[in-house]
Ligand binder design. Sequence first.
Ligand code: FES
Ligand SMILES: [Fe+2]
Length: 348
Amino acid sequence: MAFIRNCWYPAAFSSAVGEGPLRRTVLGENIVLFRGEGGAIAALDDLCPHRMAPLSLGRVRGGGIECGYHGMTFDGRGACVRIPGQDTIPSRARVRSYAVAERLGLVWVWMGAAEEAEASLLVDLAQFDDPAWAVVPGEALAIGANYLSLADNLCDPSHVSFVHTSTLGNAASVGVPVRSRAEGRETVVWRWILDAPAIPVFAQTGLVQGSVDRWHYYHYHAPCVAIIDFGTAPAGLIGPDGDRDRGLRIFAVHCITPVDEGHCIDHWFHLRNFGQGDAALDAALNRSFRTAFDEDKAILEAIETEESSRPGFRPVQLAIDAAPNRMRHIVRRLIEAEAASPALQAAK
Ligand code: FES
Ligand SMILES: [Fe+2]
């Protein structure tokens, strides 16, 4: 399977890039992240061109990274700036550098040619910088499955009624159909469940009584970002098409790193419009999310095992697959566009 190269992939939470170098693998490529001049994050091929020592085994010095074997030092653009014991620097003494951006508390790496990096393709969420919203850090969850299996899951609200019964779902939504549409790189799938009991995640806040209307809007930005807008309001208060900010509203954000064909990392965190500054609520909600996402991990890893042991198996298609199919169509179309474009090919 090919990957889209000309796009941004999350490599790490910004907070994970500290004083020292950090190795990450994206699309099968080993990358070293470090804070260079002025704290700006740099991303280089994690390989010293001398004896192939991973640069991540070295140390960060003077805004560059010093190889841990013989001390060759590279700046944030991959140019060699020092070779201990000699004055001349061979022209081949350089390392590939990746374009880097920070957004939504994450470090994003452009996997195509750095000069082609397109800032407008970074996914944004206005509420992230809005003081009315709590932004609660989450975790990086390693999953032994192809990233598109996780993407399928994140275009699929129907599974919560079965997989996440102690957190994100309950029986009230079992028979409620989902609707979906696609536009550009985005797939949206949603449904409302009216006049039903609250799901456990909201019931545990103590802020919900009686029957509620609740919603799920799953926004999937191909290839690797899911923003799930879900919430709860007293039955009849806002109704579908009403102002969801009048209810208890959460954005669960998943930024997926495709590590290689069979592994990915789900960088998850959440935003919410209630309980700002409530550390106990932060922890309680994160516990629920951790439980839920571990349930997803278990089922996705089991599926990955079955898929790899039965190549060519043709799954039955259901109505709930419309959105995952749309998402995969978008990814396929982008891969085909890159394959057909000599300019994009050259960027590889
Ligand atoms: S292996 Fe890096 S300087 Fe020798
Ligand atoms: Fe799930």
